[in-house]
Ligand binder design. Structure first.
Ligand code: G1P
Length: 294
């Protein structure tokens, strides 16, 4: 059995310029989808996948994330006094759920650089990386799907999905060959090569990397070996490509619906679809939508 994955790294130092002015004084990870901040969806996915140790890579202006996952004594006290048990549980759950630590990424030098910050805390063990902008709604959490592959092959695994050619240049893209697994040949791939944000004409496939990774600790050395790549940043994709020279890496086409909550349209889609699924809101919201002159 390969070593158990116990820790998940959440890079969250990005400036969130796509959501200005909302993100001028508030981290984009705290923008709510209905009533839960984006980052909490990722944290809950990690928990449902059996991971409780969360390492969040933050930066300037991100203290609301730390407050969110902390105990709020005044708020809990007030809810208790007013007998609001349901809300109290909602608020307590957030702080009870995880062991969390925060690291600062002082300069925004790229995703690879952010992950490298976690080296000391992760130590010599496998770990997950979650990009909270990618919100994934699925019966089996996406990270859990990757962990099953990791446990079988004892190798790093990345989440991928097929995307239309016209948007491929927004992603890391893999060149990969299908591998039989659990009786199917269309979910698991062994990666031959990968490239960060290629042009549509040169992209090796339409399989885009989505922000869920199960990584092994060799990735840290690889990150230190690569030069700044796309956008002048230290890219995780480049470090993974470097690691391919010495070990097999897999891509898994996960089951589930992914929303790009870092993009305005994706954020709205997630908001609408999550609201429609809610027991307490769905019916009323559906009725409201029907009244719109669309
Ligand atoms: C990052 C990764 C990219 C991946 C994407 C998924 O890019 O660098 O390989 O495809 O996340 O969301 P970003 O969107 O942070 O520019």
């Amino acid at each position: 059995m390969p070593a158990k994955v116990r820790k998940a790294v959440f890079p969250a130092a990005g400036l969130g310029t796509r959501f200005l002015p909302a993100t001028k004084a508030q981290p984009k990870e705290m923008l709510p989808l209905v009533d839960k901040p984006i980052i909490q969806y990722g944290v809950e996915e990690a928990i449902r996948s059996g991971i409780q140790n969360i390492i969040i890579i933050t930066g300037r202006g991100k203290s609301a994330i730390e407050d969110h996952f902390d105990v709020s004594f005044e708020l809990e006290n007030m809810l208790e006094c007013r007998g609001k048990k349901d809300l109290l549980e909602v608020v307590r759950n957030v702080s009870d759920m995880i062991n969390v630590c925060y690291l600062r990424q002082k300069e925004a030098l790229g995703l690879g650089h952010a992950v490298l910050r976690a080296r000391e805390l992760v130590g010599n063990e496998p770990f997950a990386t979650v990009l909270a902008d990618d919100v994934i709604d699925s019966d089996t959490p996406c990270l859990k799907q990757l962990l099953e592959v990791y446990e079988f092959f004892a190798a790093p695994v990345l989440a991928v999905m097929e995307v239309p050619r016209e948007s491929i240049s927004s992603y890391g893209v893999v060149d990969a060959e299908p591998v039989s697994h659990n009786g199917s040949r269309d979910r698991l791939f062994r990666i031959r090569d990968m490239v960060e944000k290629p042009g549509a004409e040169t992209a090796p496939s339409n399989l885009a990397i989505i922000g869920r990774y199960v990584l092994t600790p060799e990735i840290f050395d690889s990150i230190t070996e690569v030069q700044p790549g796309r956008g002048g940043e230290i890219q995780l994709t480049d470090a993974l490509k470097h690691l391919l020279r010495t070990r097999a890496i897999y891509a898994y086409r996960f089951e589930g619906r992914r929303y790009d909550a870092g993009d305005k349209l994706g954020f709205l889609q997630a908001t609408v679809e999550f609201a429609l699924k809610r027991d307490d809101l769905g019916d009323a919201f559906r009725e409201y939508l029907k009244t719109l002159p669309l």
